[in-house]
Ligand binder design. Structure first.
Ligand code: ZN
Length: 110
């Protein structure tokens, strides 16, 4: 009798590499990758509006914009933010958000 060779139990050694995602975010306007603190988070609220998330911890779909007025202008008025968050904003919404955003940036960069 020929004994079937038992295949050695091959242990799959999955290298448990801890790939920690660096806290880097992409600006939806200029697509530049920056550190989280250099960007401002915006969050889509459950009722489909967009609000600033100055803490960066609010739940919901988020998008980021650099702390640069030109990114806010292009991102909001150019529709990139809406596209990224899959929302539709009215002209008023955009204006308000842009104003709030610019205020926040001023505080951020002093
Ligand atoms: Zn930007």
């Amino acid at each position: 009798m020929v004994r079937p060779t038992t295949p050695s139990m091959r242990k799959k050694s999955i290298n448990g590499r801890m790939v920690k995602a660096a806290p880097q975010r992409t600006c939806v306007s200029c697509r530049q990758i920056g550190e989280k603190r250099g960007l401002v988070r915006l969050v889509r609220t459950p009722d489909g509006r967009v609000e600033l998330d100055s803490t960066g911890k609010r739940a919901g779909r988020g998008a980021y914009l650099c702390a640069k007025p030109e990114c806010w202008d292009a991102g909001i008025n150019g529709g990139k933010l809406e596209h990224s968050l899959k929302v539709t904003m009215t002209r008023e919404d955009r204006q308000q958000l842009l104003e709030k955003g610019l205020d926040l940036i001023k505080e951020k960069i002093g």
